[in-house]
Design a protein around this ligand. Structure first.
Ligand code: PGA
Length: 252
């Protein structure tokens, strides 16, 4: 049985003051979260603070990105050992905003995935198609290609110690959630693809859905057989809304 995971991706939002409020709210509500594991991914500069606030709670901490390098002359980068030292357990890699806005390729994302693993972080590998790719009927091809880049570099077994997040780009921050069946179809495709290489990995890997998940649609989405929780953007910025999503797996 796979434990559901609900991870909040705060993106470039928040301040020291708003984070105090958000974390206080989350801590208060965590007792009602019975089934899901919970993590939050703050902007780099607030990770230490959030890790400190999360101490003694069941709230895990992740980064939104990670350098593919270990240390050295890489201005602006943040390495795996640094993230580990300040209290991260997870690192998001290949978020569509990194891929689309900052031009990060499948191969570069795979190197970040490798760096996360090398330094003891669990990668949350984001995959997903653009609207035009869905309309062209090439969703599986795109998602397959994004997964292959990681499998080629790190091997299939590596995915057994990682988390995959399927995030259709057209559903991110748009209010347009994929229907539970649309999400399930791609999740099932991902699991079946992995199963052709290693059934054990396919059965074990958590596949999260991301894209306009809210308290009001989480129960239905997470009720689908191959959805193991969510990667939550906008709705992770308010404690009540995020907690409602974290509680959704209680019921499925
Ligand atoms: P959203 O973002 O929940 O605001 O759509 C999801 C994500 O980008 O991870």
């Amino acid at each position: 049985m796979r434990q559901p995971l609900v991870a909040g991706n705060w993106k470039m939002n928040g301040s020291a003051a708003s984070i105090d409020t958000l974390m206080a709210g989350l801590k208060q509500g965590m007792a009602e979260v019975k089934t899901a594991a919970v993590a939050v991914c703050p902007p780099f500069v607030y990770i230490s603070k959030v890790a400190e606030l999360a101490k003694g709670t069941k709230i895990g901490v992740g980064s939104q990105d990670i350098s593919d390098q270990e240390s050295g002359a890489f201005t602006g980068e943040v390495s795996g050992p640094m993230l580990k030292e300040v209290g991260c357990q997870y690192a998001i890699v290949g978020h569509s905003e990194r891929r689309a806005i900052y031009g990060e390729s499948d191969a570069f994302t795979a190197r970040k995935f490798a760096a996360a693993r090398k330094f003891g972080l669990i990668p949350i590998l984001c995959v997903g198609e653009l609207l035009e790719e869905r309309e062209q009927g090439i969703t599986e091809q795109v998602v397959g290609r994004q997964l292959d880049a990681v499998i080629e570099l790190e091997g299939i077994a590596a995915l057994g110690q990682a988390v995959i997040a399927y995030e259709p780009v057209w559903a991110i921050g748009t209010g347009k959630t994929a229907s539970p069946q649309q999400a399930q179809d791609v999740h099932a495709f991902i699991r079946a693809k992995l199963a052709t290489l290693d059934k054990g990995v396919a059965d074990k890997v958590q596949i999260l859905y991301g894209g306009s998940v809210k308290g009001s649609n989480a129960v239905e989405l997470f009720g689908m057989p191959d959805l193991d929780g969510g990667l939550i953007g906008g709705a992770s910025l308010t404690a009540d809304e995020f907690l409602a999503i974290c509680r959704a797996p209680n019921q499925s």
